[in-house]
Design a binder for this molecule. Structure first.
Ligand SMILES: CC(=O)SCCNC(=O)CCNC(=O)[C@H](O)C(C)(C)COP(=O)(O)OP(=O)(O)OC[C@H]1O[C@@H](n2cnc3c(N)ncnc32)[C@H](O)[C@@H]1OP(=O)(O)O
Ligand SMILES: O=CC(=O)O
Ligand SMILES: [Mg+2]
Length: 532
């Protein structure tokens, strides 16, 4: 069934859609779409133009036209009281039970995710909005089959929302026959329904902005915020955002991104997984760049160290929070050895971040809140943040950000197989409506899975890449491994789940992605046509 608002706006119906996609909310989305969608598309074209220049050998560098911004003396606007202390932020999809668990987890902040951790089925995105609306009003519960009831505690985490990135459309809402931007859809609905309520409750409309590639994309967000606040009669500057620096091009424009959003921004976050993906993607056609197995691309390799150090330094000079990223190790309440390993690895990761000057960090699971908190407490004590640490020792040049040498790194058959396995497993989950999953005890989502498929693409298309046993990574070999891994997944998950979760389709899609002559920008773009 199609619900009609005006002659031009068409929305696919799903349970709860009429509560969220009200005529007034649709008018608001239509206003955002008409004012900002053309610019969004122009900026997506600019991404392609920059890619062409990188392919042709252009070096990434800090922009000459914005030197005055980098050298200027300015700071970001005020940080609200409830965003001063962000020591531990838990992230997770917008599923009802997870929303309750995350808000109850003891973390300072919960980032409710419509991006990397969410499979954007129509039901997930509409129900996600309903879940957040109910959570804000403390009118949310959830009962599982065994009768266990989930309710919010008195004290809960501060809520932030991550809308989907600029590259994605929401196909279930069209205006004049054109699908709307998924970013405007997720942001617009959340803001429209909740901004006033959040303010009444002493907090505010807070967001994380993903996958930006330039300061011009930040400017577009800023213009959207000004229009949205004006339309609802809310003071400009009420919205507060943290931008993920998770593309290699954005790392060259951190000051500029903070500057464009200075009335609305409170921090930057080092989104390590998309960052690695972006580095592979942007340099995929360059013969001088070849990444080793995913497990060898750690936070300690030169380009990751350079980027995180520069992020801390840039944020602190400008008065913004520098937020750490996600260690992907997931604990297990059933397996003590897995649990112990996850705690040890996460502890080390968080200790490193705290020592480097970060003001807080992300965790993927409630059992990791305390582990991360302890490591930050050791360095920060009672202080809400450590913005006074200016990292004057850090001098990062353009060449440091693109120094992809990884001395100890190797490309191995095991690494190739693992990438294939994880890629197919994740796409299968995503097609089935699950956007984040624990696979081989690691958190996998749309960012980590992109690394896996991008690596296989690069190894196949880079001239004569060999694994460390001397064997070439040929199309024939990759197809054989895809076949073997797909069979293995069938055995592991069982025939019923294999079929229900479209693992066969996931396997085909994975093959298409890695064999395609042209690199597909995001795996979620072709995959989206298969989900409802
Ligand atoms: C690269 C990036 O963008 S990182 C950010 C995006 N990614 C994410 O946000 C991933 C967040 N994490 C998750 O989604 C989950 O932790 C997973 C899928 C990896 C693992 O989840 P599960 O398999 O359910 O883990 P597990 O069985 O150990 O969970 C134990 C309990 O913790 C809850 N839980 C686990 N992770 C979370 C979370 N992130 N938020 C809230 N609750 C959670 C589960 O719901 C479960 O609750 P229950 O005991 O009441 O049923
Ligand atoms: O969004 C976070 C990332 O690491 O990617
Ligand atoms: Mg990301």
């Amino acid at each position: 069934m199609i619900l009609e608002n005006t002659a031009e706006v068409k929305v696919k119906s799903t349970e709860g859609a009429d509560e969220i996609l009200t005529p007034k909310a649709l008018d608001f989305l239509e206003m955002l779409h008409l004012r900002f969608d053309d610019r969004r598309k122009e900026l997506l074209e600019k991404r392609k133009e920059r890619q062409n220049r990188i392919d042709a050998g252009e070096k990434l560098d800090f922009l000459s036209e914005t030197k005055h911004v980098r050298e200027g003396d300015w700071r970001v606007g005020d940080v609200p009281k409830d965003l001063q202390m962000r020591r531990v932020e838990i992230t997770g999809p917008v599923d009802r039970k997870m929303v309750i668990n995350a808000l109850n987890s003891g973390a300072n902040v919960f980032m409710a995710d419509f991006e990397d951790a969410n499979s954007p089925t129509w039901e997930n995105v509409v129900q996600g909005q309903i879940n957040l609306r109910d959570a804000i009003r403390k009118d949310i519960d959830f009962t599982v089959h065994n009768g266990k009831v989930y309710r919010l505690k008195e004290e809960v985490a501060v809520l932030k929302v991550r809308p989907r990135g600029w590259h994605l459309n929401e196909k279930h809402l069209t205006i004049g026959g054109t699908p709307v931007s998924a970013s405007l859809f997720d942001f617009g609905l959340y803001f429209f329904h909740n901004a006033e309520e959040l303010l009444k409750r002493g907090t505010g409309p807070y967001f994380y902005l993903p996958k930006l590639e330039s300061h011009l994309e930040a400017r577009l967000w800023n213009n959207v915020f000004v229009a949205a606040q004006e339309a609802l009669g809310i003071p400009v500057g009420t919205i507060k955002v943290t931008v993920l620096i998770e593309t290699i091009t954005a790392a060259f424009e951190m000051d500029e991104i903070l500057y464009e959003l200075r009335d609305h921004i409170v921090g930057l976050n080092a989104g390590r997984w998309d960052y690695i993906f972006s580095a592979i993607k942007k340099f995929r056609n360059r013969e001088d760049v070849l990444f080793p197995d995913r497990t060898d691309v750690t936070m300690q390799v030169p380009f990751m160290k350079a980027y995180t150090n520069l992020l801390v330094k840039t944020c602190h000079i400008r008065g913004a929070h520098a937020m750490g990223g996600m260690a992907a190790f997931i604990p297990s309440r059933r397996d003590p050895a897995v649990n112990e390993n996850a705690f040890r690895k996460v502890k080390a990761d968080k200790a490193f971040e705290a020592k480097n000057g970060f003001d807080g960090t992300w965790v993927a699971h409630p059992d990791l809140v305390q582990v991360a908190r302890e490591e930050f407490d050791k360095v920060l004590g009672d202080k809400p943040h450590q913005k006074e640490v200016l990292r004057v020792d850090v001098q990062v040049r353009a060449d440091d950000l693109t120094d992809f040498t990884i001395k100890e790194g190797k490309i191995t058959e095991a690494g190739l197989r693992l990438n294939i396995n994880v890629g197919i497993m994740y796409i299968g989950n995503w097609l089935c409506g699950t956007g984040a999953a624990a696979i081989h005890n690691l958190m996998e989502d749309a960012a980590t899975a992109e690394i896996s498929r991008a690596q296989v693409w690069q190894w196949l298309h880079h001239p004569h890449t060999k694994t460390d046993d001397g064997l070439e990574i040929s199309e024939e070999r990759v197809l054989q491994l895809i076949k073997e891994e797909t069979e293995g997944i069938k055995e592991e998950v069982g025939l019923a789940m294999f079929k229900n979760c479209h693992f066969e389709r996931a396997s085909h899609l994975f093959s298409e992605l890695v064999l395609s002559q042209c690199f597909v920008e995001f795996l979620t773009l072709p995959a989206y046509k298969y989900i409802e």
